[in-house]
Design a protein around this ligand. Structure first.
Ligand SMILES: *[C@@H]1O[C@H](CO)[C@@H](O)[C@H](O)[C@H]1NC(C)=O
Ligand SMILES: *[C@@H]1O[C@H](CO)[C@@H](O)[C@H](O)[C@H]1NC(C)=O
Ligand SMILES: *[C@@H]1O[C@H](CO)[C@@H](O)[C@H](O)[C@H]1NC(C)=O
Ligand SMILES: *[C@@H]1O[C@H](CO)[C@@H](O)[C@H](O)[C@H]1NC(C)=O
Ligand SMILES: *[C@@H]1O[C@H](CO)[C@@H](O)[C@H](O)[C@H]1NC(C)=O
Ligand SMILES: *[C@@H]1O[C@H](CO)[C@@H](O)[C@H](O)[C@H]1NC(C)=O
Ligand SMILES: *[C@@H]1O[C@H](CO)[C@@H](O)[C@H](O)[C@H]1NC(C)=O
Length: 465
């Protein structure tokens, strides 16, 4: 909920900025179920294409869209990835993830209709589109595809490279969330550590005290106090104190982590500033929520049942309707654990079987521990950017100033240029399946490297976080 609000407010800043006309929106017909030959239903998958920089013989730069579909247009219009694409005369493609944006495979979002929402299906959608684009012109038949994305899109780019090494030549995965976890408590310890290191011990202690004071309010079930301090409206009388407390603490703690991930180091300064200026630490926290997160003028809606209702709504236009899958599905904790293990087994978790992927992350991103932070292998490097959170390196270099970000951006560019020059070793019929890759002068060539498809039996529902 909070995450959506922060992103939408960033998006509004983008929309007022004027429009570029080179990006075209098109449809591609996809199978509803790629893995059931008997299912012949199809749907329209929206994608974006920008041919204006393409020079015949050039590569394909594929921006992999995810549930944050509203960023796709923005990043296709202006991003470091697109700057590199322009430089090398690439055809630019942006995909839309099934079930998000205009790409609606089913009539509505009832639980039955959500079984087609899986990462395996989404990856196959992208693979089909690549096959189609490559077959659309002789120039593109052998075009190298460089995939890239941010967050879940970064994970999808990685998994495309892993599953379809013949289609995707290399990838740049920014803030990719690769590891599925049942209970991601580390999110909060990561946030706390970030506040302590970058905000200082005093700010950290204030935050801890704010939560301790809040705890006292809940202990006393002093709802009037809670309503006054946080300027709330709509607290239900019939919802248990435990439920309100759980909801409240989780939302608050998650908001702090996400705010800092999105706002980078200045977010910590703002957060600590509110704590410092508050009437006491709890009031400071409440002011931060009220002014910095919601930029609010009235009371903050705090009805748990209203929120659940929004998340259960099967209508396409309901904001959080995707979650009815989780809520309406009769899943036990064991089922969930099984699916999560299965997801990681299928995609490799923190050890994907890939080469030629560049993993970049921001040190202030509370979800960074779901990603790869150190080099995975010789051809799969990783870097972490201090003072920044989520996706900072994706901005066009015309908009970045901090050296720590720009160094990573330079490295992304030079790795992509290098990989565009790297040829896959084609194997003769009698040769072994292992290839040898070119390696820098003076280094011993490494044996093989290209990844094959991960063997899986069934597509598995993947939890979205
Ligand atoms: C597209 O990018 C240009 C700069 O490259 C910028 O001036 C313009 O505002 C952007 N448009 C949108 C809709 O983001
Ligand atoms: C793509 O398909 C959707 C759904 O069928 C439709 O609403 C939309 O107008 C189409 N877009 C284009 C560019 O054809
Ligand atoms: C498709 O239908 C045929 C004939 O009804 C059946 O034998 C086959 O198992 C079905 N395939 C799948 C994947 O369900
Ligand atoms: C896809 O969109 C086109 C218009 O772009 C429309 O004519 C067609 O009926 C749509 N197909 C499906 C399966 O919705
Ligand atoms: C970056 O800014 C320079 C100078 O204003 C301009 O020439 C160049 O086209 C810009 N690059 C991009 C990718 O927008
Ligand atoms: C939830 O499950 C019930 C019983 O299976 C079903 O009738 C209802 O339509 C489902 N609701 C949604 C939103 O999928
Ligand atoms: C990784 O991919 C390579 C190349 O396809 C394959 O030979 C190897 O068995 C894979 N390793 C694992 C652990 O799946």
């Amino acid at each position: 909920m909070v995450k959506i609000l922060i992103e939408v407010s960033l998006l509004l800043g983008v929309l007022v900025a004027g429009v570029s006309c080179q990006i075209e929106t098109r449809n591609f017909t996809q199978w509803l179920d790629h893995f059931d030959e008997n299912c012949t239903e199809t749907w329209n998958n929206t994608y974006y294409i920008d041919e204006s920089f393409y020079e015949p013989g050039g590569p394909i730069f594929l921006y992999v869209g995810d549930m944050q579909f509203y960023y796709t247009w923005y990043r296709l219009n202006s991003s470091h990835f697109i700057d590199i694409a322009r430089e090398v005369g690439a055809l630019i493609i942006g995909t839309e993830h099934r079930y998000y944006g205009e790409s609606r495979p089913t009539a509505d979002l009832t639980t039955d209709n959500l079984i087609y929402l899986s990462t395996a299906q989404a990856l196959e959608d992208v693979a089909e589109l690549i096959r189609f684009i490559r077959s659309s012109s002789p120039d593109l038949e052998n075009a190298k595809v460089i995939a890239s994305g941010v967050g879940h899109g970064g994970a999808l780019a990685t998994w495309l490279r892993q599953r379809y090494p013949d289609l995707v030549h290399a990838a740049w995965s920014s803030s990719a969330k690769l590891n599925a976890l049942l209970n991601f408590g580390e999110f909060h310890t990561n946030t706390a550590q970030t506040i302590r290191i970058y905000g200082g011990q005093i700010c950290y202690d204030r935050m801890a005290n704010a939560f301790a004071l809040l705890d006292e309010v809940f202990e006393a079930e002093d709802w009037d106090k809670l309503i006054e301090v946080f300027k709330l409206c709509g607290i239900e009388e019939d919802v248990s104190a435990e439920m309100i407390a759980g909801f409240f603490f989780e939302t608050m703690a998650t908001a702090i982590g996400q705010y800092i991930s999105m706002m980078h180091a200045p977010g910590i300064t703002t957060f600590c500033g509110y704590l410092e200026r508050g009437q006491n630490d709890m009031y400071g926290l409440a002011d931060w929520v009220y002014y910095a997160i919601f930029n609010s003028h009235g009371c903050l809606p705090a009805s748990v049942s209203d929120l659940l209702y929004i998340y259960m709504d099967p209508d396409w236009f309901a904001p959080g309707s995707i979650c009815n899958f989780i809520l309406n599905y009769t899943m036990t904790a064991d089922d969930l654990r099984y699916s999560i293990d299965n997801t990681n087994a299928q995609f490799g978790g923190l050890h994907p079987n890939v080469t030629r992927v560049y993993f970049t992350n921001g040190n202030l991103d509370s979800e960074k521990t779901l990603s790869i932070l150190t080099d995975l292998n010789e051809e799969t490097p990783a870097d972490v950017i201090p003072y920044f959170g989520y996706g900072a390196d994706y901005e066009s270099m015309n908009r970045t100033t901090y050296e720590g970000v720009r160094n990573i951006q330079e490295r992304a560019r030079s790795l992509i240029l290098e990989w565009l020059e790297t040829e896959d070793v084609t194997e003769g019929p009698t040769e072994s399946t292992e290839g040898t890759t070119t390696s820098p002068i003076g280094e011993i060539p490494t044996t093989t490297t290209d990844t094959g498809p991960v063997t899986t039996s069934e597509p598995v529902m993947t939890p979205y976080y």
